[in-house]
Design a protein around this ligand. Structure first.
Ligand code: ADP
Ligand code: ZN
Length: 739
């Protein structure tokens, strides 16, 4: 008997699936993931088919109204995965299904082919007097503003999402400022780049052993998950490449996840260089159309290797042989809106569902992963030495308190030691990276007389000062205003800026080393598409002596001529109110240190700090993961923090501090009554970020040995209690940040 019932999830109904009958004319054309039109209540809406069956669970069912896209976009394992995500992370199922496909794929279906795609003509746009246009034709100027942010957009999105009339696009097109073309013409995001073909290297013993573990798992189609713990430069990527090659030879596809910030051209290049066009890239900086095309290249089987950030864990690779999660400890694998999934954990689950190998790679594994090795859930491949037995960099810790005493002044930017070493590099023609865990000119605007700190009126954080625009900005809500002329408190005209930002660092470097060629890489300088490529290319080719950067440069850079890394202020982040602050700082600094001495020349790292004896700083100095893990584990075990316990964080938000606090309190009381005996509830308490975007925030933390006995009653209480109408809540399972 053929399937006559389609189970459909619609966007507007929270967390429920509905049965519809498949009318005769659609028989055989409806598959999993087909986009269908249905009547829902009194309206007509669209949804996705998430199940097919012969009979319905309910008596009478309405028929499907039509097929918006006949293509079966989803597979059974992916739908099962979405079900798991929804259940485990306590999110509505339709949101989990939505996460399976990029927006452009979901919205377009087959009709995509008839869509028009709008792109700017960069040279013409650059030559245009935008302000003049703004006066004459404000909507045309607004359309160009949109294209500045998203350089390539469906015409439909201009009309629907940005509310701009089609006539302005036509006018821009007639002026030669934009091109409008048929979106079905495939876009290749790497079209103007050629990739040097690379060949497999002869593996070192440690690599061969790691590869054997992974290959065994690919061939047997079963776990264990392999944790590849390899110091930076130990050849992890080469292991991934050869494991993927093995999968390809067996007719199997692969997924490679890398953290958003390390999804650099250099990373992509290594995979394209080995495997060419069968690599598809899924990245948020691609235009909608590019993402759509890359996704369909994977879906059709034309591309067998998907490389991408977090959401690529859902890439529709068929006959999956291997999932690689590189830098698996990275916090940004966690999605910060519902479904709040962790891509590493989803990868492990997908591996189980699709019976494929999973490799988690890191120089500084998440404590969760090391714990899973200890209790026998994962296999460990240890790669303790660098390729060719190159030395690990020499690490020096500089006590900035002593330095401040020596100069008799306030906090300086460079210690004498770091300045001397930079000078040495300049003389020898070697390169230096200066790392700063911040952006903007300085963090805060601070009055040195009265101690006033300019803070956002809506969020409980200090404004960040941006010199180029002479403005202060809130990095939480985006509020911005001009720098006041005098201190608003004591009227002192001499403002002092606390901390150091990349821009300030750049000007200090320019003053100290006037002949050096300096370049800066942070969220501001890389905002434009492809500026990553250019900045890195310049540095790599030796046109720049000193690269100043934020987190962005901490990952994946592999430049042999870099022999010095300066960590300007290691304390940033160390004192954050989060039990993982130490772990995250250790990971970040180790990662940064790993950028030094990647070639024949030995590397040196200078870490400037005001707390040189902090266990985290000491562990980084010795590059000693194991001792650090053991030390930190003691406290975590005592407090039942992850990885020794599971955690759920519920944050209430609202404009009234009182009602938010009341809600958190009520939840805590109700939960206490039903909590399993081995669970611990802490709070309610104001969140570390007590106010954001004008909303007060209070938290309740619940932890215990397993998630479901915590999440099941929690979900029920959250759903059944009537909360004050202006209070909302977020439930975060396995949170990575408690801010
Ligand atoms: P990781 O990913 O652990 O940081 P990589 O895979 O990037 O390390 O390797 C570091 C460098 O060593 C790269 O330039 C890579 O091409 C090279 N390399 C890796 N494995 C070998 C090998 N077996 N023989 C020679 N060079 C290698
Ligand atoms: Zn704000």
């Amino acid at each position: 008997m053929p399937n006559s019932i389609a189970r459909v999830i619609v966007d507007i109904a929270a967390d429920r699936e509905f049965d519809y009958s498949i009318p005769p004319e659609l028989q055989g054309r409806v598959g999993l993931g087909s986009k269908v039109s249905v009547s829902f209540g009194r309206r007509r809406t669209e949804g996705f088919v998430v199940g097919l069956s012969e009979t319905s669970r309910v008596g009478t069912v309405k028929p499907l109204l039509g097929l918006a896209s006949g293509k079966a976009l989803l597979s059974q394992p992916l739908i099962d995965l979405a079900r798991w995500v929804a259940d485990y992370y306590c999110a509505p199922f339709e949101l989990a299904v939505r996460a399976l496909m990029p927006g452009a794929v979901r919205r377009s279906g087959d009709s995509f082919k008839h869509n028009r795609f709008v792109e700017p003509v960069p040279a013409a746009v650059a030559a245009l007097d935008r302000e003049a246009l703004r006066r004459r034709a404000p909507q045309q100027a607004a359309a160009l503003d949109v294209l500045d942010r998203e350089p390539g957009l469906f015409l439909k999105d201009f009309l629907e999402r940005h509310g701009l009339p089609a006539s302005s696009i036509t006018a821009l097109s007639e002026k030669g400022l934009v091109t409008v073309r048929d979106a079905a013409v495939a876009r290749n995001p790497m079209a103007n780049r050629t990739f040097l073909k690379t060949l497999p290297q002869t593996l070192m013993d440690q690599q061969a052993a790691a590869l054997a573990l992974v290959v065994g798992s690919i061939d047997r189609r079963e776990p264990p998950v392999v944790l590849l713990h390899g110091v930076t430069g130990s050849g992890k990527t080469e292991v991934y490449l050869q494991a993927i090659a093995h999968a390809i030879a067996a007719g199997k596809g692969s997924i490679v996840l890398v953290p958003e910030i390390s999804l650099t051209p250099q990373t992509v290049e290594r995979f394209k260089g080995r495997f060419g066009e069968t690599v598809a890239v899924l990245h948020s900086s691609l235009s909608e159309g590019e993402r759509h095309d890359e996704w369909h290249r994977i879906h059709s089987g034309e591309a067998r290797i998907a490389v991408g950030a977090r959401s690529a864990v859902f890439a529709p690779v068929t006959n999956l042989g291997l999932i690689v999660v590189d830098e698996e400890h990275e916090p940004n694998y966690k999605q910060d809106e519902a479904p709040r999934y962790h891509a590493r954990d989803v990868a492990v689950m997908r591996g189980r569902l699709e019976k494929c190998a999973v490799v988690l790679g890191s120089a500084t594994p998440a404590f969760e992963s090391t714990f899973n090795v200890q209790r026998g859930k994962y296999a460990l491949a240890d790669m303790p030495v660098r390729v060719d037995h190159r030395k690990m960099p020499m690490i020096r810790v500089v006590d900035m308190r002593v330095e401040a005493q020596r100069t008799g002044g306030g906090p300086g930017v460079f210690s004498r030691e770091l300045a001397d070493l930079i000078r040495q590099r300049l003389e020898r023609g070697e390169q230096t990276i200066l790392f700063l865990n911040r952006r903007g000119f300085s963090t805060a605007l601070l009055c040195s007389k009265c101690g006033y700190v300019a803070s956002c009126d809506w969020c409980s954080v200090a404004y960040t000062y941006h010199r180029a625009e002479e403005r202060i900005k809130c990095h939480i809500c985006g509020a911005t205003k001009p720098v006041p002329a005098v201190c608003p408190e004591c009227k002192d005209p001499a403002f002092k800026y606390s901390g150091t930002g990349t821009q300030r660092l750049e000007s200090v470097v320019a003053r100290l080393f006037p002949k050096a060629r300096v370049s800066r890489m942070d969220a501001d300088t890389t905002a434009a598409k492809n500026s990553h490529w250019e900045l890195l290319g310049e540095f790599k080719s030796g046109k720049v002596d000193i690269l100043i950067g934020t987190q962005m440069i901490a990952k994946g850079l592999d430049i042999p001529n870099v022999t010095l890394i300066g960590v300007v202020n290691a304390d940033t982040g160390l004192h954050a109110p989060d039990f993982r602050a130490g772990e995250h700082t250790f990971q970040l600094l180790t990662q940064v240190a790993g950028r030094a001495g990647r070639g024949e020349l030995a590397g040196e790292v200078v870490i400037q700090t005001y707390t040189p004896f902090h266990p985290t700083i000491q562990a980084v100095r010795r590059l000693d993961y194991r001792t650090f893990y053991d030390q930190e584990s003691e406290t975590r075990r005592e407090l039942a923090y992850p990885p020794f316990g599971r955690m759920i964080c519920v944050t209430f938000r609202g404009p009234s501090d009182e009602r938010v606090a009341f809600s958190a309190d009520l939840l805590a009381k109700n939960m206490q009554a039903v909590l399993p005996p081995d669970a611990i509830l802490s709070g309610p308490s104001p969140a570390p970020l007590a106010r954001a975007k004008g909303l007060y925030r209070h938290q309740v933390l619940i932890r215990g040995p397993v998630i479901r006995p915590l999440s099941t009653p929690l979900r029920r209480i959250l759903a059944e209690t009537s909360w004050p109408p202006d209070v909302s809540f977020v439930m975060d399972v396995d949170p990575v940040s408690l801010i």
